[in-house]
Design a protein around this ligand. Structure first.
Ligand code: SAH
Ligand code: SF4
Length: 348
């Protein structure tokens, strides 16, 4: 049985010609899948009943299940999706009242090997990569379930996208060409995998790069993120500069603010110095308490002080609004509570 989700127009044309139908049928199916996001082949009403019946014998619209769906009072919807092998991932739809944007926060891996000390996903280790069709399915599920069209996509769910780069790039191409989402509305967030950042720079990629920096110096960063020992901040600095130069694009620097650890005036000064010659915007993320660790969210006063100091250094700074706090919307929280599927061998 073929899963139609993730097939591009050429692949759909191959399928329709195998069924003895014209290329135009492929175009119709393509619209139904990516723009209208129907839940079944029967809903593709401009195809004849006879052709739909033929198609149903060999293909289906999806093979993922919505295992849990939670709707927050702020309109955020969180899904726990189950793939056919029983593995689950989280996908979140965020709406912002003052904008027409619908942002899907999607996962690139089941689990994550990077194991940052503040992150619920990292705590459970790496299970497997998510292939590009499975990545596509996350956004299609949102569109099918809500009847809405996603306008922005961020790889900020579970997993390290740059450690599954081939699938992430294939999915990005489909988001851009088949879903018709503008390339700058697609964001890859990384913990700082230097060789892959350089690869993106060499590819001259135009999507948005977000870097999870989270610390102003090596000492603090290595406490928060083990990856700092492999790809330290001084090397990262060169990769960011190279990315700026080769792509011409600004980077989004994400900075998790943790009380008394990296929210001090001294930290702000060091961060400003580190970012002085990097073209970037800064997104401050107040720490969202997860499971067992000692970190705390800073006071609003301290968040605003940090914001002010960074703005004073000449950067554009935003503070990430907390979304879906009442529905475990932070990275990795829902899967940890609900899904108990065991590890499997990694697959492509
Ligand atoms: N692996 C990639 C992308 C997924 S994590 C990366 O680390 O960038 C997406 C974002 O969620 C990261 O910026 C991460 O720092 C943030 N995050 C993880 N745990 C968090 C928590 N407890 N509170 C707030 N943000 C968190
Ligand atoms: Fe992995 Fe990102 Fe979580 Fe770190 S923050 S463990 S890189 S998902």
């Amino acid at each position: 049985m073929i899963n139609l989700a993730g097939l591009n127009l050429n692949e759909l044309e191959d399928l329709t010609s195998e069924l003895g139908a014209s290329k135009f049928r492929a175009r119709q199916i393509h619209n139904w899948i990516y723009l209208k996001s129907v839940k079944s082949i029967d809903e593709m009403t401009d195809l004849s009943k006879k052709f739909r019946d033929e198609l149903k014998k060999v293909a289906r619209v999806t093979d993922v299940k919505i295992k849990v769906k939670q709707i927050s009072s702020d309109g955020t919807i969180k899904y726990l999706l189950e793939y056919p092998d029983g593995q689950c991932v989280e996908t979140v739809l965020m709406r912002f009242d003052n904008r027409a944007n619908l942002t899907a926060c999607i996962s690139s891996q089941v689990g994550c090997a990077v194991d940052c000390s503040f992150c619920a996903t990292g705590k459970r280790g790496f299970i497997r990569n998510i292939n590009y069709k499975e990545i596509i399915e996350q956004v299609l599920t949102i569109q099918r379930d809500t009847g809405l069209k996603v306008t922005n996509i961020v790889f900020m769910g579970q997993g390290e996208p740059l450690l599954n780069l081939d699938n992430v790039l294939k999915a990005m191409k489909i988001f851009n060409e088949d879903f018709q989402i503008g390339i700058r509305r697609l964001t890859i967030s990384t913990s700082g995998i230097i060789p892959q950042i350089n690869k993106l720079a060499d590819l001259g990629i135009h999507s948005t790069l977000a870097l999870s920096l989270h610390a102003p110096n090596h000492e603090i960063r290595s406490k928060l993120m083990k990856i700092e020992n492999k790809y330290p901040m001084n090397e990262l600095h060169k990769a960011l500069k190279n990315y700026n130069d080769k792509t011409g694009h600004r980077i989004t620097v994400e900075y998790l603010l943790i009380k008394d650890l990296n929210d001090t005036v001294q930290s702000a000064k060091e961060l400003a110095q580190y970012l002085k010659d990097i073209k970037c915007n800064i997104n401050l993320i107040p720490y969202n308490p997860t499971e067992k660790n000692d970190y705390q969210r800073p006071s609003n006063k301290s968040i605003m002080r940090f914001k002010y100091l960074m703005e004073h250094s000449g950067k554009k700074v935003t503070v990430r609004l907390e979304r879906g706090a009442d529905i475990d919307a932070a990275c990795g929280q829902l899967r940890g509570k609900v899904c108990t599927a065991k590890k499997t061998t990694p697959q492509e």
